[in-house]
Write a protein that binds this ligand. Structure first.
Ligand SMILES: [Fe+2]
Ligand SMILES: [Fe+2]
Length: 267
């Protein structure tokens, strides 16, 4: 049991500390050069999450669970702080106090939702059927947002890619509505066949979005397409899709009764 706890915690903190570190960078890149205070704050968060990420990577699976519990608390606190920073920035944008800054309000809201998600993730142990619905509602919206960001940050002259991104945006909005329908029909909707079909359908779409993001990431890295997408942002959204797929597969294994070993968490 404690093995699984250490393994799960390290896996989560490794993944999400890197994500939080990169959010700090994306926020900083979107500020205007005169916003020195905000830039400093973003840089501080970058340093904090980089240190946490390095520590998570250096801790081994045989670490004392008590050490991991304290480490999780430390990470949780840091995530709460960056969440508050992101909400503050959202407030500044929506009250027009940062005219000309380059982060979309939805992107700032999105990264704050990711922080909030992670804050709850290590604590909550929901029953499986509830977890399946809640995680899918969360991640489907994240995926729909990504498609919208890609569409809006590609150069308008990349018409074919913009069309594809808009198509994904539409597909994921539909999947999100479906997920919310299943959510409102619970507990009656929480049968194994319905949840299994729900996971299968989502997996198909997430895989194709993941492939699209991978292609976009490679094209951006090779400087083959026109956009204002930072190469690291392209990779970041690709990794988040991979994470969602990993979670879908975990749910599938639990739902169909295949035992999951702590090793499976080390992907
Ligand atoms: Fe993110
Ligand atoms: Fe994201």
């Amino acid at each position: 049991m404690s093995d699984a706890f250490v393994s799960r915690s390290l896996d989560e903190v490794r993944f999400w500390s890197r994500i939080m570190k990169e959010h700090s960078l994306f926020l900083r890149l979107g500020f205007r050069c005169e916003d020195t205070q905000l830039i400093n704050e973003a840089n501080q968060f970058y340093a904090i999450f980089e240190a946490i990420e390095n520590r998570a990577n250096s801790l081994q699976l045989d670490t004392d669970p008590q050490v991991i519990i304290r480490f999780n608390i430390e990470f949780h606190t840091a995530v709460s702080h960056i969440w508050a920073f992101k909400r503050k920035v959202l407030g500044l944008i929506l009250t027009c106090q940062l005219p000309g800054a380059n982060n979309f309000p939805l992107l700032v809201d999105h990264v704050s939702r990711e922080a909030n998600y992670f804050r709850n993730r290590l604590q909550e142990l929901e029953p499986l059927p509830d977890a399946i619905i809640d995680e899918n509602v969360f991640f489907l919206r994240i995926m729909a947002d990504h498609a919208k960001f890609i569409s809006h940050l590609l150069d308008p002259s990349e018409r074919k890619l913009v069309d594809q991104a808009n198509q994904f945006s539409h597909d994921f909005d539909q999947l999100l509505f479906q997920a919310r329908d299943i959510e409102s029909m619970r507990p009656q909707s929480q049968t194994v066949p319905i949840l299994d079909q729900f996971l299968d359908q989502n997996r198909v779409s997430v895989k194709s979005l993941r492939d699209f993001k991978q292609t976009a990431r490679d094209l951006i890295a090779a400087c083959r397409i026109k956009s204002i997408i930072h190469p690291l942002l392209a990779d970041h959204v690709f990794r988040e899709a991979e994470r969602f797929l990993f979670i879908i597969d975990m749910f599938e294994q639990h739902l169909t009764g295949t035992p999951v070993s702590p090793r499976d968490l080390e992907h």
